[in-house]
Design a protein around this ligand. Structure first.
Ligand code: FMN
Length: 320
């Protein structure tokens, strides 16, 4: 399984910088993504804070939400200067709010605009510009529609696509429903790799085990894992053992110790303990004591004055 590209998906409210730091402790080589950051937020907000990360998180990709080519180019430049390893454009999010801003999956109906955005970004940055998309939207869900979209994106210079293997319904389904209701069609993604052999095609959607990652990697260039990475973070350790065995891995005890040190620094800088604890909740899934660990962390971390020791106390339920 050499040269396969394995990543953790961009996930709003999950792949925060704290979560990414924790995931990096579990796997030294997996590619991590930020939550989607809109071009508007980068322009009008505090981009230092929005794009904050620690160097340990690398390899790290920033995901942009936007469609105005000039804005995309300018924000891509800011992201490159801040050291991101790649710029990824979100063409997969179905929420009403982002649709109103011409962001996300609705852009599949406007391949020319996406292509312009890619060209504009590629003129300004040297790092790779990639696209995360779906296999279709609404009634535009034929394989021919997907191929036409991909051809236009590729002609604009994007050579890597991450394909969430289900279409999005832009009206009538919430983003949450859009992650489970339309059926997963892995064959479409496999076929895309056959028909566009020079493109790097990464499959996303519903992958929760190492054996599934391995099976998909027989057909495509890599796999992106979303929910499976936070419901069972140890999956990242298991993936490391198969895909990057040459890199040293930490024991779960060492991971906890390093993350507690990180939390102490962040707490001192004013970060709330609850947001530091959130990435830990799925750890130890399936092990004796996991439920007590989760309960201890979720109940105790809300009390004022509680410090990072709450993590060590919780870990005793599992590690003894
Ligand atoms: C809580 C949550 C937030 C998400 N936020 C984003 C996002 O910011 N950008 C994006 O492209 N996809 C987002 N997604 C979609 C995931 O990246 C991924 O495509 C989807 O969950 C399917 O993969 P999975 O079945 O492995 O979870 C989000 C998914 C979840 C569960």
């Amino acid at each position: 399984m050499k040269n396969k590209i394995i990543s953790v998906a961009p996930m709003m409210d999950w792949t925060t910088r704290h979560c990414r730091y924790f995931m990096r402790l579990l796997n030294q080589s997996i590619i991590l993504y930020t939550e989607m950051v809109t071009t508007g937020a980068i322009f009008h907000g505090n981009h230092e804070k929005l794009l904050q990360y620690r160097p340990e998180e690398h390899p790290l990709v920033v995901q942009l939400g936007g469609s105005d080519p000039q804005e995309l180019a300018q924000t891509a430049c800011i992201c490159e200067q801040r050291g991101f390893h790649e710029i990824n454009l979100n063409v997969g999010c179905p929420s009403d709010r982002v649709q109103r801003g011409m962001i996300g999956a609705c852009l599949m109906a406007h391949p020319g605009l996406v292509a312009e955005g890619i060209e504009a970004m590629k003129r300004r940055v040297a790092v790779p510009v990639t696209v995360k998309t779906r296999i279709g939207i609404d009634e535009q869900d034929s394989y021919a529609f997907l191929c036409d979209f991909v051809s236009q994106i590729a002609a604009a210079g994007c050579d890597t696509l991450i394909i969430h293997a289900r279409k999005a319904w832009l009206k009538g389904l919430s983003p949450k429903e859009n992650r489970k209701v339309p059926e997963l069609m892995y064959e479409r993604v496999y076929q895309l790799k056959q028909d566009f052999p020079t493109l790097t095609i990464i499959l996303n959607g519903g992958v929760t085990t190492v054996s599934e990652v391995i099976a998909h990697c027989q057909q495509v260039d890599g796999v992106m894992i979303g929910r499976g990475a936070y419901t069972n973070p140890q999956l990242l350790c298991d993936i490391g053992e198969v895909f990057s065995p040459q890199l040293a891995s930490l024991s779960l005890g060492e991971v906890i110790e390093c993350y507690m040190k990180y939390c102490q620094e962040e707490l001192s800088a004013g970060v709330a303990l609850t947001s530091l604890i959130k990435p830990l909740l799925g750890l130890f899934q399936g092990m004796p004591g996991a439920r007590a660990w989760r309960r201890h962390l979720s109940e105790q971390s809300h009390f004022p004055g509680v410090g990072v020791d709450v993590i060590a106390q919780g870990a005793e339920y599992v590690l003894g």
